[in-house]
Design a protein around this ligand. Sequence first.
Ligand SMILES: Cc1cc2nc3c(=O)[nH]c(=O)nc-3n(C[C@H](O)[C@H](O)[C@H](O)COP(=O)(O)OP(=O)(O)OC[C@H]3O[C@@H](n4cnc5c(N)ncnc54)[C@H](O)[C@@H]3O)c2cc1C
Ligand SMILES: NC(=O)c1ccc[n+]([C@@H]2O[C@H](COP(=O)([O-])OP(=O)(O)OC[C@H]3O[C@@H](n4cnc5c(N)ncnc54)[C@H](OP(=O)(O)O)[C@@H]3O)[C@@H](O)[C@H]2O)c1
Length: 432
Amino acid sequence: MAKRHDAIVDMYEKLPVPFGLVRFGVAPDHPEVKNCQDRFTEVASSPRFNFIGNFDMGKVGLLELRKQYDAILFAYGASKDRELSVPGEHLQGVYSARAFVGWYNGLPEYASLSPDLQSGDTAVIIGQGNVALDIARILLSGVERLKTTDIAANALDTLSSSKVTKVHVIGRRGPLQASFTIKELRELMQLLDIQFKPVPLHLLPGLEQKLPRAQKRISDLLRNHSNHSSNDNRLSKSMNLDFLQSPISFNADSDAGNKLASITLSHNRYKNGNDLFDASAGVESTNENDTLKTSLAFRSIGYKSEPLPGMQDLGIEFDLRKGTLPNVAGRVVNGGNAIPGLYCAGWVKRGPTGVIATTMEDAFSTAEIIVSDWAGKASGKPGWEALRSRFPHATDWDDWLKIDAAEREMGRAKGKEREKCSSVDQMLNILR
Ligand SMILES: Cc1cc2nc3c(=O)[nH]c(=O)nc-3n(C[C@H](O)[C@H](O)[C@H](O)COP(=O)(O)OP(=O)(O)OC[C@H]3O[C@@H](n4cnc5c(N)ncnc54)[C@H](O)[C@@H]3O)c2cc1C
Ligand SMILES: NC(=O)c1ccc[n+]([C@@H]2O[C@H](COP(=O)([O-])OP(=O)(O)OC[C@H]3O[C@@H](n4cnc5c(N)ncnc54)[C@H](OP(=O)(O)O)[C@@H]3O)[C@@H](O)[C@H]2O)c1
């Protein structure tokens, strides 16, 4: 970076298109969330900002990049998923939430996932975060609700012939420990033609119980719903929040088969002395098990960041346990000492939790640190100019605008907001 007032910012992106999880994670029926793209577009219009897409940061060599820039900010998110480490979790019919979400959002990596929504009527989602609720909502919504969104065309086709009518979202702890938020819970409860099954009232505190605001609202909503819901058999679909259960194995249809047929779940109880209304309460297995028949399951227990190749050459010891870059307020550190010129923001800084607003706040605070470190310092480092000729297939912001226009046009023809390109080749073909 040169003097603060004429700093040049280059942003590298693996795919030819920008927006990360806002494009490939946020559910298609949440278009209002995608408004943050406008803010990004505003930033991108600055002549001092370069978008460089179709560029895998791991491939350039971080040592090389370090030579060309005064500061490097790592904000590459979490592109792996956490695993349960129980037998059978890779059977056919068990999908990671990341893959399924990527599939319905048109992420090229998962365009050919082809999840089997036809073999059975029951889907089981392990984990009770907002991603789990997104998946439940997409499975139960019905295509009428989704068909004008930017959902991928092949996902809409598969969902239109889906046989799934029952969804179980399974948490290892109780309702007061679940990590979903009230807005997403309410949205699921309000879906048409779906019976949202009552929650056992003994797991919910009385109205008089003092709780943090977010937990209180969730608890009141679930209690109110559970007190008043009736078994309406005219409703063709059902949604179950199942608490205090953990999968101990995913089972195949025969000894030799590799297709999911059932899940064995252990029942859990609160650890001795733990308050069941405390968000941090822990559980243990009771050793009582149940088997749930299903041919379709999703593992939705969180995403995971990994180190980039060459990080060690820069003195970075990635924290594999937490899945984050060791940092103090966004400065990457080794043994407590800041490594000059290296910064981080977003999920790779904090871990894979937080909504867009928290991620933005966090990015602003790292940006302030970078500015304070570099204020008044001049530099003649060339940045992208030194690398450009070696990466003829890299895309820039104008290329994105062309892909954007083509996607909107393809969408218009189908009455949709946009039809996303399903492969990197399709994106690059638009530019040829
Ligand atoms: C399924 C899902 C749904 C969500 N829905 C909502 C919602 O409705 N509302 C809300 O507020 N929040 C939502 N969130 C949370 C929100 O998406 C995150 O808080 C936010 O996107 C995290 O930002 P990030 O920059 O850390 O990571 P990301 O958004 O993942 O951005 C990381 C970027 O780095 C790029 N990258 C990765 N590896 C490389 C590499 N090697 N070289 C170059 N580039 C690379 C990626 O392609 C990506 O563009 C959702 C999250 C998920 C997982
Ligand atoms: N609409 C939205 O605003 C929206 C939509 C999607 C995502 N997001 C955000 O994106 C972030 C990531 O969401 P997420 O759902 O992937 O993660 P998350 O919020 O961290 O939820 C993960 C869930 O998996 C459970 N889990 C973890 N390990 C487990 C194990 N070994 N066995 C069983 N269960 C396990 C957790 O339970 P424990 O608590 O017991 O560990 C928790 O219920 C969150 O901050 C979320 O709010 C927001």
